[in-house]
Design a protein around this ligand. Structure first.
Ligand code: NAP
Length: 368
């Protein structure tokens, strides 16, 4: 009897979940389904109504108006991050159930990193004024205008830095800084290995780890060895010829942008009290359902039982860290590496290039 009740209860719960999922899936909607009249004050922006790179379009939409705490910034350049293709592709698919949109993307705007000129400020804004050149992060940055909040991820652009260089910094630069300083707790004299040293995060991380006084080993392919050396790496491992996880060297911190080695392989080359910082989650075709979540859980489960610290990081873009990076750029200690530049109308091609997983530094979008 109890067995039958249990069986029926489980079946009913499963049925209810299935019905809930079906309803949630088919009622999942976005702005495109509520399309209003033509914008009265238009600006050009990248919009995607459905998942998939082919669905990106450059459209005229309403130009935003800053609220009391925001700035209106005319975007001069933006940069592309793997973060963008996660949203365009809707992968790993678990993201869709976590609020990104089950059937369609809830937020139809794209891009985060920007640099540009302040055109107007809200009445509570005292830190910035019209005419200031700024950079930072705000959703919907692949557009002619964005409205960041003045007290969030926005800072003054140094005069000796171009808009393209400044636009490259927000996600990649902040990730590198927080991975080294906050998660890796890197100290002068320590040995740091950066796996994926030639990409967006890696090119910032090599320079920042050097500025912390660390001995830096960068891992990249043959064609990027000279680039990574030129950024200050003390040693470069060409992954097409040598596997860092099989080497004799031991590191105090590993910053992992390319999780292509098992955790035990990484632990083998980590000092007994070393720190493993999981940054990257793989490409668009790696583990399309759960992405890096399996590895994240493994690091969390393992970490309390071993002396080595293992954990993932999530970059937290903020004004203070952007200002640190701005000061370093101004003094010449940090130089963004720019791979390619595309126009706003070419965002699709820019993201397709990044999805290949072999960018050298940052991919930039210029906004005329
Ligand atoms: N946790 C966070 O808050 C956070 C923030 C930003 C980014 N991320 C993640 O971090 C990762 C890196 O981001 P990114 O902006 O640097 O990406 P990216 O610019 O696309 O990285 C591309 C680089 O990866 C290198 N690479 C590819 N395969 C490699 C391998 N087997 N070994 C070593 N290097 C390899 C490539 O070098 P070669 O051409 O030489 O192969 C290329 O230079 C992504 O997964 C991204 O999603 C996480």
């Amino acid at each position: 009897m109890i067995k039958r009740i249990l069986k029926w209860t489980v079946s009913l719960i499963l049925l209810a979940l299935l019905i809930w999922f079906e309803i949630a899936y088919w009622t999942s909607t976005n702005d495109c389904d509520r399309k209003a009249a033509a914008p009265s004050n238009p600006m050009k922006a990248i919009v995607y109504c459905d998942y998939g790179l082919k669905n990106l379009k450059l459209e005229n939409i309403e130009k935003p108006t800053p609220n009391d705490d925001q700035l209106l910034v005319r975007v001069r350049a933006a940069s592309v991050n793997p973060y963008d293709w996660h949203f365009v592709e809707g992968t790993p698919k678990i993201m869709r159930a976590m609020g990104v949109g089950l059937r369609k993307p809830k937020d139809t705007r794209l891009g985060v990193d920007f640099a540009g000129t302040v055109e107007a400020v809200g009445k509570n804004v005292t830190q910035f004024k019209p005419g200031d050149e700024v950079f930072g992060g705000r959703g919907g940055a692949f557009a002619e205008y964005v409205c960041p909040r003045a007290n969030r991820a926005v800072a003054l652009k140094p005069a000796n830095v171009t808009f393209e260089q400044a636009a490259s910094v927000n996600i990649a630069g902040i990730t590198a800084l927080q991975a080294i300083r906050d998660k890796g707790k890197v100290q002068a004299g320590q040995k740091v290995l950066i796996n994926g040293a030639s990409g967006g995060v890696g090119t910032f991380a090599v320079q920042l780890a050097k500025s912390f006084g660390a001995g830096v080993t960068g891992v990249c392919s043959t064609r990027n060895v000279d680039l990574v050396k030129s950024l200050g790496a003390d040693h470069v491992i060409d992954y097409t010829k040598e596997d860092f996880a099989k080497g004799a060297e031991r590191y105090d911190a590993i910053l992992d942008n390319v999780p292509n080695h098992s955790l035990s392989e990484c632990r083998r080359v980590l000092n007994p009290n070393g720190k493993y910082v999981l940054i990257g989650g793989g490409g668009p075709n790696d583990s399309r359902w759960i992405g890096p979540f399996g590895r994240i859980i493994k690091t969390m489960v393992l970490s309390p039982f071993i002396n080595q610290k293992m954990g993932m990081m999530m970059a937290d873009a903020n004004h203070d860290d952007l200002t640190i990076l701005a000061d370093m750029m101004q003094s010449g200690k940090l130089k963004p590496v720019i791979d390619r530049t595309y126009k706003l109308s070419e965002v699709q091609a820019a993201i397709a290039y990044l999805e290949e997983g072999h960018a050298r530094g940052k991919v930039i979008i210029t906004v005329e």
